[in-house]
Design a protein around this ligand. Structure first.
Ligand SMILES: Cc1cc2nc3c(=O)[nH]c(=O)nc-3n(C[C@H](O)[C@H](O)[C@H](O)COP(=O)(O)O)c2cc1C
Length: 137
């Protein structure tokens, strides 16, 4: 099993029908691919953590790379995993202001999508943020 985290710029509005379709597709397909994970939306970016079998992640990456609903995908990190962070969630979801990576980092959100401080965070920091989301319930 592996985990993967990436950051990308959203091209669909937060409450749009196009965004809703992402969650519907993901719930169904993640179950089929054996993936679980968490999609966080903040300040015009998606911060997405996914975990599961390497083949499932590869399949999803191919789809994500050609998905017009986001752009400039930047992989933060990928690594081996002993046990899942989100065993019960095929697609959990948060967005600001309910949860904020910038606030959690203690930096200002900055201008434009995908503020620099978020993009420059280490993968350990990003994983710790997802742990905090999980622990918050
Ligand atoms: C930010 C973002 C996150 C996504 N997350 C997932 C996901 O976790 N699982 C998934 O199956 N599809 C996800 N999708 C949708 C995929 O890109 C893709 O449209 C879907 O898996 C169908 O694949 P296909 O177009 O290759 O048939 C996401 C799309 C975006 C823009």
């Amino acid at each position: 099993m592996q985990w993967l985290v990436y950051l990308s710029e959203a091209r669909v509005g937060p409450k749009s029908a196009d965004a809703a379709q992402i969650y519907l597709t993901a719930r169904k397909r993640n179950r089929e691919l054996g993936l679980t994970g968490y999609l966080h939306r903040e300040n015009g970016c998606f911060l997405h953590y996914v975990e599961g079998p390497a083949e499932g992640l590869e399949t999803l990456l191919v789809s994500l790379r050609r998905d017009w609903r986001h752009q400039n995908m930047q992989i933060f990190g990928r690594g081996p995993l002993k046990s899942r962070r989100f065993p019960d969630w095929d697609m959990a979801f948060t967005e600001t202001p309910d949860a904020s990576f910038a606030m959690w980092l203690g930096v200002s959100a900055g201008d434009g999508p995908c503020a620099q401080a978020l993009a420059e965070a280490s993968s350990e920091t990003v994983l710790a943020f997802f742990d905090s989301l999980r622990d918050a319930g």
